[in-house]
Design a protein around this ligand. Structure first.
Ligand code: A2P
Length: 277
C-alpha cells in the first residue's frame, strides 16, 4: 500500500488525522527505532507513543531514519499524572518534543484522568494553552469515561480525541455515543484485544474465511467502519503490512452485527477511575 492511500479523518478543528496508526507499547527505544522506521517505509503515517512508554527517543530516531517528510507523519504522545497543571503540561510537552527531536506534536493527550488527584481539567486547560502556543496541532484525552468528559464539558472544554481501550469484546457504547454527539474522534488502543484471545474467536474465524482475510484484518476493518482510529501494535513486518491493508474491502451488515454481538463483561479491564499513571 502506498502512503497516499491511507485515508484520513477530519478532527473537529479541521486537522486531518490518518484513519489507522501504529501502537508502540511495549516497544523499547531500540525496538521502536527498527519497527517504526519499517512501518513508515511501508506507508504507516500515524505513530502513537507516550512519555510512559519510554520509547519516544527511539520513535524520533525512526522518524529521521525513515526519510519520510515530517509533515507527512502524524505523531501522538501522552503525559503522566505529575504534569496535570497548565505549567506542567507545557513542561511535559517540551520534554516529549526534546526526546522525540521534533518541534511540534500532531496530537498530545492526557494519558489517564487520575481522578484521585482531580486535576485533569487543569491538564486539559494546559493542552489548550500548548495548542494556542503552536506546540501541538490537536489535543485530547485518553481513558476518559463519560463522567470525566462531562466535567470537561461543564468548563467548555471539548477535546478533539479520546483514546480508549476498544475492541469487539470491549465496546464502550456509552463513551462512543457521547463522543459522537460532541464531535470527538475515538481512537482504539488494544484494538486487536491485547493478545487476550479475541483473534481466536470462532465468529471472527468464520467472517475472516468468508472474506479471505485474517482475523486481525476483520477486527481492524470493524474499527474503521465505526469511524474509530485503531492503533494496533506490531513489531513484525508481515503483520505491520497486513494491519495496514484494511481499506480495500468492506464488511456486510451481518458481519458487523455478528462482531457487535461479541461484547462481554471483562472484570480484568483497567478501570480509569482507579488505575492511572
Ligand atoms: P507482534 O508485535 O509480535 O505482531 P493490540 O494492538 O491489541 O494491543 O495487540 C498487539 C498484540 O497483537 C501484539 O502482541 C502483536 O504482536 C499482536 N499482533 C499485531 N498484529 C497482529 C496480527 N495481524 N495478527 C496477530 N497478532 C498480531
Amino acid at each position: 500500500m502506498s502512503a497516499a492511500s491511507v485515508p484520513t479523518i477530519a478532527l473537529s478543528n479541521g486537522v486531518a488525522m490518518p484513519a489507522i496508526g501504529l501502537g508502540t507499547w511495549p516497544m523499547t527505544d531500540d525496538e521502536a527505532t527498527v519497527a517504526v522506521d519499517r512501518a513508515l517505509r511501508i506507508g504507516w503515517r500515524l505513530i502513537d507513543t507516550a512519555e510512559n512508554y519510554q520509547n519516544e527517543v527511539g520513535v524520533g530516531r525512526a522518524i529521521r531514519a525513515s526519510g519520510v517528510d515530517r509533515s507527512e507523519i502524524f505523531v501522538t504522545s501522552k503525559f503522566n499524572r505529575k504534569w496535570h497543571s497548565v505549567a506542567g503540561v507545557r513542561e511535559a510537552c517540551e520534554a516529549s518534543l526534546t526526546r522525540l527531536g521534533l518541534d511540534y506534536l500532531d496530537l498530545l493527550l492526557v494519558h489517564w484522568p487520575n481522578p484521585d488527584q482531580d486535576r485533569y481539567v487543569e491538564a486539559v486547560e494546559g493542552l489548550v494553552a500548548a495548542q494556542e502556543a503552536g506546540l501541538v496541532r490537536a489535543i485530547g484525552v485518553s481513558n476518559f469515561k463519560t463522567t470525566h468528559l462531562a466535567r470537561l464539558f461543564e468548563r467548555g472544554l471539548v477535546p478533539q480525541v479520546n483514546q480508549i481501550q476498544l475492541d469487539p469484546w470491549h465496546r464502550r457504547d456509552d463513551i462512543a455515543a457521547l463522543a459522537r454527539t460532541k464531535g470527538i474522534v475515538l481512537e482504539s488502543w488494544g484494538p486487536l484485544g491485547r493478545g487476550g484471545g479475541l483473534l481466536a474467536d470462532p465468529v471472527l474465524a468464520e467472517i475472516a474465511a468468508a472474506h479471505g482475510r485474517t482475523p486481525a484484518q476483520i477486527v481492524l476493518r470493524w474499527h474503521v467502519e465505526n469511524g474509530w482510529i485503531a492503533l494496533p501494535k506490531s513489531s513484525d513486518p508481515l503483520r505491520q503490512a497486513q494491519n495496514l491493508a484494511v481499506f480495500d474491502f468492506a464488511l456486510s451488515v451481518e458481519d458487523r452485527a455478528a462482531l457487535d454481538g461479541l461484547d462481554r463483561p471483562d472484570p480484568d479491564m483497567p478501570d480509569s477511575d482507579v488505575f492511572g499513571h
